[in-house]
Design a protein around this ligand. Structure first.
Ligand SMILES: [Zn+2]
Length: 308
């Protein structure tokens, strides 16, 4: 009933040397799950590739063709200040989206109740027309759009606890009231979005530099979860970024792996109230390989309700 989805191409997208969003992230997470003897306790799927039509549920089709044309035959090419393409980047990005769509199908068909997608490139900064912040396509937003259009869901919640605000996901929920977004993030920090929400279907929780577990948990308990309960989502999707960890090199929050276990426990409870337990989480950030792999392990253990 617990499903883990990845694809080998996600290890082939290359941002060049010294880039924090590195291919090893996927392998280190998987190695950690194997060495902790958790790996055999869930189902495994190889992701399919998302189609152009599916990606265009959220993105301008011209974005796909622009990226295809920019794809280098070898080496690495910059397309934005921190977005790079290598020969297998689009294959990886299509499978990262495809993992989320496969997971949503599995939840809908009852093949799984909880899903974790160990994929890259991440997605929540990607906007309608432009890739941004290490992200090519917005995996989670496309997942929400797919669940609405393909399976007829009417209320979907996106929970985003990455240390950076998901500006691309925010752009999507601006035109989609059937999707609710709760987002905690360090402020001020990239992508420097407005820290206040002007939308009924979005709760933003800016956290000051050096905030730790108490501020993080309090924000979710007092601001986001009450609103999420009122919204009564039929499905909970999670932008699972682990760069709020105290050891992360890109940000300054002081979260620990236990905070991610806590978050997963809360999501399990909330999902049982209105979503028949259905939760799908997809990897976003997290750039200290050790902290990332342990944080994901603790998150998955709690999400999948494993006691090992
Ligand atoms: Zn991030």
């Amino acid at each position: 009933m617990n499903l883990y989805i990845t694809h080998s191409s996600c290890r082939l997208h290359d941002n060049g040397i010294y880039h924090p969003e590195m291919a090893e992230r996927i392998g280190r997470i998987e190695d950690q799950l194997i060495s902790s003897q958790l790996f055999e306790w869930f189902l495994h799927d190889e992701a399919r590739a998302a189609t152009d039509e599916e990606i265009a549920l959220v993105h301008d089709p011209r974005l796909i063709s622009v990226l295809e044309e920019a794809l280098p035959e070898e080496g690495v090419r910059a397309v934005d200040e921190d977005v790079y393409l290598s020969p297998h980047s689009l294959e990886a990005a299509r499978h990262a989206v495809g993992a989320v769509l496969d997971g949503i199908d599995a939840l809908h068909e009852g093949r799984a109740k909880r899903v974790f997608c160990n994929v890259r490139p991440p997605g929540h900064h990607a906007e309608h027309r432009r890739p941004m912040g290490f992200c090519l396509f917005n995996n989670i937003a496309i997942g929400a759009a797919y669940a609405l259009h393909k399976h007829g869901y009417e209320r979907i919640a996106i929970v985003d606890f990455d240390v950076h605000h998901g500006n691309g996901t925010e752009e999507y929920v601006r035109s989609e009231p059937r999707v609710w977004l709760g987002s905690s993030f360090e402020h001020p920090l990239y992508p420097h979005s407005d820290p206040l929400s002007d939308l009924e279907n979005m709760v933003k929780m800016p956290l000051a530099k050096f905030s730790g577990s108490d501020a993080f948990q309090q924000a979710w308990l007092e601001q986001a979860f009450p609103a999420l309960r009122v919204f009564q989502p039929q499905l909970i999707l999670v932008s699972a970024g682990f760069d709020g960890h105290a050891l992360d090199p890109l940000a300054n929050l002081r979260l620990h792996e236990n905070d991610y276990a806590w978050m997963a426990q809360q999501l399990v409870k909330l999902s049982e109230e209105s979503a028949q337990g259905r939760v799908l989480a997809v990897l976003e950030g997290g750039y200290d390989l050790g902290a990332l792999s342990v944080s994901v392990r603790e998150f998955i253990k709690a999400l999948f309700e494993l006691s090992a």
